[in-house]
Write a protein that binds this ligand. Structure first.
Ligand code: 7TS
Length: 408
């Protein structure tokens, strides 16, 4: 299939895994919100690193170490440019979104006191809830929740009214992993800044679909994971405004994050190294840069446009199935469809889909408060990427219909 902007057939050839079979059926991979697949261009970057210049970075005078350091720092610049951060040292390399959020939450410990208020949204992944609860335990700060409605959209009225000089931090995802909702982060950032609070946006689910312009957003912190962006697992990035990163204490101590160490006193290195103790995931960082190159060669706007068409098509087709309910019908969504069939457990549907070669995620998607809101144990989640096709959406729909007939 060739659309106006994306040559899907050509793109699919870049992903060797897409031509494998599962349970005797051609794989239909619709678990992209959990992790994306890896194009051979990214695999080539990994093989090239280990074949030609595997070395530790920032330490050696030798050629291999210098080449590895250059490639790693180039990757940081690619991340900076991709998200339009003002400075490369505002990009902290992490092991992923979870690490980035913990780094910031830990860093705020000394800045909060009893009675301070932190706001979270009702539709967060656990990794954007638990580190803040731990911060509240350490400091006596209080967590308040921006509520959501049945469509899966945030309701900002109580947030607007509740903001005060006690509000210190707001953390919200750009896109919900459980529902696909694109949240109004521009407005949330404006409101929070109006009250003098800092904002962390969890961009894990947005980054594969929407390119955030960090300077235009004026956000204080933004986190992403490479593995949702056609990169490898175990690597990600935290953007922080220079002024905040200067202020926050280091997260971990160790090599590479110091300026000078004696047994009496250690002084810390400047940004970004202050937050990057120990040998990082060098190859992963370089491969993250290669993944961004890959996505940019296709074009994020073309990707978003194509995925929006797929979302509309798959949503309309799924809704033809009797008893099928979609959770998350926000006006602005990415290509995630969370659904259930009346009277049938999501796990049972997922198991049948797997037998038919279709990979989806079932369960609470690490977003239990969202499931509690809808009073359900979980959903079946089909999450589409730019390498998925209408034919695959048709296979999903046919398989869900088959599951319905088998299970009802
Ligand atoms: N935030 C959001 C919104 C996420 O969707 C995820 C992972 C994370 C944070 C954590 O990212 P990590 O790379 O540090 O693990 N979400 C999912 C998911 O929806 N299914 O599997 C992982």
């Amino acid at each position: 299939m060739k659309t106006a902007t994306l040559d899907i057939e050509k793109i699919r050839k870049d992903f060797p895994i897409l031509s494998r079979k599962v349970n005797g059926q051609p794989l239909v991979y619709l678990d992209n919100a959990a992790t994306s697949q890896t194009p051979k261009q990214v695999m080539d970057a990994i093989v090239d690193y280990y074949s030609r210049y595997n070395a530790n970075i920032h330490r050696g005078v030798h050629t291999l170490s210098q080449e590895a350091t250059d490639a790693y720092e180039q990757a940081r610049i690619k991340i900076q440019k991709h998200f339009n951060a003002a400075r490369a040292h505002e990009i902290i390399m992490t092991s992923g979104t979870t690490h980035g959020i913990n780094l910031v939450a830990r860093g705020f410990t000394g800045f909060l006191k009893q009675g301070d208020e932190l706001w979270v949204s009702a539709m967060e992944h656990h990794s954007n809830i638990v580190p803040w609860q731990m911060l509240c335990e350490r400091t006596g700060a209080r967590l308040r929740v921006i509520p959501m409605n049945q469509n899966g959209e945030l309701e900002l009225a109580s947030f607007r009214e509740g903001l005060s000089d006690r509000t210190r931090l707001v953390f919200v995802n750009h896109v919900s992993n459980a529902l696909g909702t694109v949240n109004p982060i521009e407005e949330i950032i404006d409101l929070a800044h109006g009250a003098g609070a800092a904002v962390l946006v969890d961009g894990a689910q947005a980054a594969p679909h929407i390119r955030a312009d960090l300077q235009a957003l004026d956000v204080d912190f933004y986190t992403v994971s490479a593995h949702k962006l056609c990169g490898p697992t175990g690597v990600g990035a935290l953007y922080g405004k220079e002024a905040w990163l200067e202020k926050l204490p280091p997260y971990e101590g160790g090599g590479e994050m110091i300026e000078e160490v004696t047994f009496e006193k250690t002084t810390y290195a400047g940004l970004p190294h202050k937050f990057e103790a120990g040998t990082p995931n060098i190859c992963g960082g370089i491969a993250f840069g290669a993944a961004l190159d890959y996505l940019n060669a296709i074009g994020m706007e073309a990707i978003s446009g194509y995925e929006a068409e797929l979302l509309d098509y798959a949503t309309a087709e799924l809704l033809k199935i009797p008893g099928l309910k979609i959770y998350g019908q926000a006006a602005r969504k990415t290509s995630v469809i969370s659904f259930n069939l009346e009277g049938i457990h999501p796990y049972d549907i997922g198991t049948i889909l797997d037998k038919l070669g279709i990979a989806v995620r079932t369960g609470h998607h690490c977003a239990q408060p969202v499931m509690d809101f809808y009073k359900i144990p979980g959903t079946v989640r089909a999450s589409f990427s730019f390498y998925n096709t209408r034919e695959e959406a048709d296979r999903l729909v046919a398989a869900v219909e088959k599951a319905r007939q088998m299970l009802s």
